[in-house]
Design a protein around this ligand. Structure first.
Ligand code: BDR
Ligand code: CA
Length: 313
């Protein structure tokens, strides 16, 4: 078997984060070195707790969970209880986790892991606001050139925004952090709303999760079903975009996705467009490309991939 990709998942669970983590833990192609929680969809004390619940659900309490930054670098925290409920994982019946939270701060874990690993051997997979990652970069810039790749969910070009008319949630919550990451020089792949809105849930796709007949299959169907109601009401969409699992699918099956290597800058100042990912999709500026910006995915194969992988539970 080819070498497993070593991954740190930086996350704010979150329904789609939960599915992404379960998927990652099911992929033999990946070695999940740890989950680093960040404040985002709900406050930090809930995101770190939810990360531990997911590890227990997957029976993977060997995967360490770290708590990171409580709020964005320069701003007050904006959360998304209207999407994910008060707990961040409303819908299925969940429990108080008994798995322990690590004592090390998530930012220290990120720095120490990259510093102690061979060059180009750690992939960062941020699926929440970029506060932990940018804080690590500010504190220890030497780690940046050692990172293999950053594969993140965030931003939008054609789909513009989901939390304001101009911005996607993860970038909007901490645009200053996003700016640091996009200007860092690290190789970045972005899974924006442009692609996540092409991988929508359908009753048939949810049934396939439920038909797995396992506890994980049931919880994934419940989580996705709960989370769907928001997009049904908001956009009149037929289902919900499964945003965060796109990062894991991209890591394991990049051939399901296509995009362009372009320049992406982050708007941090304007009240009107704060958090906008200004993506030069058409190459109309001379700004240097800094990101592989994904625009399309094979939705049918994406859902088959997730369902097949989740079948290991
Ligand atoms: C992103 O925002 C969060 O609500 C989701 O978990 C996802 O990471 C989508 O805009
Ligand atoms: Ca998320």
């Amino acid at each position: 078997m080819p070498k497993r990709q070593r991954v740190i998942i930086d996350t704010d669970p979150g329904h789609d984060d939960a599915v992404a983590i379960l998927l990652a833990l099911a992929c033999e192609e990946l070695e999940v070195l740890g989950l680093t929680a960040v404040a985002g969809n709900v406050p930090l004390h809930l995101t770190e707790k939810n990360a531990r619940i997911i590890c227990e659900l997957a029976e993977r309490t060997d995967v360490p969970v770290f708590a990171g930054c409580e709020k964005p670098m320069k701003r007050a925290l904006v959360t998304a209880e209207e999407v994910h409920g008060k707990s961040g994982l409303d819908g299925p019946e969940l429990w108080e986790p008994s798995m322990e939270l690590q004592k090390t701060h998530a930012v220290d874990f990120i720095i120490e892991t990259i510093a102690a690993s061979p060059e180009n051997s750690v992939v960062l997979c941020p699926i929440g606001p970029l506060t932990n990652i940018a804080t690590a970069f500010e504190r220890k810039p030497e780690i940046i050139s050692r990172i293999q790749e950053i594969v993140l969910m965030g931003g939008a070009y054609f789909q513009v925004g989901n939390v304001t008319p101009a911005a996607e949630f993860n970038i909007y919550v901490d645009p200053d952090a996003a700016q640091i990451v996009f200007r860092s020089g690290a190789p970045i792949t972005v899974l924006p709303l442009d692609v996540t809105h092409k991988v929508m849930t359908t009753p048939r796709r949810l049934r396939a999760f439920r038909d797995l007949g396992s506890r994980v299959g049931h919880v994934v169907a419940e989580l996705t079903g709960f989370y769907e109601r928001f997009d049904l009401n908001k956009y009149g969409m037929e289902g919900a975009p499964l945003h965060d699992p796109c990062t894991i699918a991209y890591l394991v099956r990049p051939e399901l996705f296509s995009g362009r290597h372009i320049n992406v800058e982050i708007e941090t100042e304007s009240e009107l467009t704060r958090g906008m990912t200004v993506a030069d999709w058409w190459g109309v500026t001379s700004r240097k490309p800094n990101a592989n910006f994904i625009g399309d995915a094979d939705a049918v194969r994406f859902y088959s991939f997730i369902t097949e992988k989740l079948a290991i539970y």
